[in-house]
Ligand binder design. Structure first.
Ligand SMILES: C[S@@+](CC[C@H](N)C(=O)[O-])C[C@H]1O[C@@H](n2cnc3c(N)ncnc32)[C@H](O)[C@@H]1O
Length: 202
């Protein structure tokens, strides 16, 4: 690819990211007005898990995000049908969402269920769990926030344990029980499940 095309592509991607963050900032300023903490699901898919969690935890305010429009639409339908006033679902990319989150709002609980495992080695760089993204989550998390991670993929499980163990702001918690069971769309299709829990440290 010619160099000038690469430069234009990069500029376009940066401009699009900025526009997404600005749009999310405006949405979140209204949707989270007066709130200081949220229960956050990153990559909520069709919303099965978070809609059920929100119904069972009426005192928590929950936010689910996903990149894929039709999955978010299905999630919103669950919120509407369930008449749930303590959960919202948004189409958003996670790092853009975290950048746009109002300063007064922190992540009280974080859930990541069945994230894309990117099994091929050459694609591992696309896995959400990385030192940079763990920094970003830590920067928006409340004191003692717990991060809950579930996967069916043995390699991503080990990868996540290693990245959390190496990160100065997260401490792996060995003996925690998954706090709320509700099969997700992907869990229905998976044979296996492995959980990792970590707590934010100062
Ligand atoms: C394998 S699916 C699992 C969905 C759901 N958690 C479940 O268990 O049914 C992973 C989801 O994460 C979403 N996703 C991946 N990267 C994301 C990102 N950076 N920001 C937001 N969502 C993301 C994908 O669009 C996809 O819906």
């Amino acid at each position: 690819m010619p160099e000038h095309t690469k430069v234009m592509g990069k500029e376009w991607a940066e401009a699009r990211r900025e526009a997404n963050v600005d749009r999310l900032r405006a949405t979140l300023a209204t949707a989270l007005a007066g709130r200081t903490g949220i229960t956050f699901e990153l990559g909520c898919g069709h919303g099965h898990w978070l809609a059920a969690y929100a119904a069972a935890h009426p005192t928590e305010f929950c936010v689910g995000i996903d990149l894929i429009t039709h999955r978010v639409e299905r999630s919103v339908r669950k919120q509407t049908l369930g008449k749930l006033d303590n959960v919202i679902f948004l189409k958003a990319e996670a790092t853009e969402f975290l950048e746009a989150l109002p300063n007064q709002v922190s992540l009280a609980k974080i859930f990541i269920l069945y994230p894309d495992p990117w099994p091929k080695k050459k694609h591992h760089k696309n896995r959400f769990i990385s030192p940079e993204n763990l920094d970003l989550l830590a920067s928006r998390a409340a004191a003692e926030t717990q991060l809950h991670f579930r996967t069916d993929n043995a390699d991503y499980f080990g990868w996540t344990q290693e990245h959390l163990a190496a990160h100065p702001r997260w401490r792996i918690e060995p003996e925690v029980v998954w706090p709320f069971e509700q099969k997700t769309f992907f869990e229905e299709r998976m044979k296996d499940r492995r959980d990792v829990f970590a707590r934010l440290v100062k």
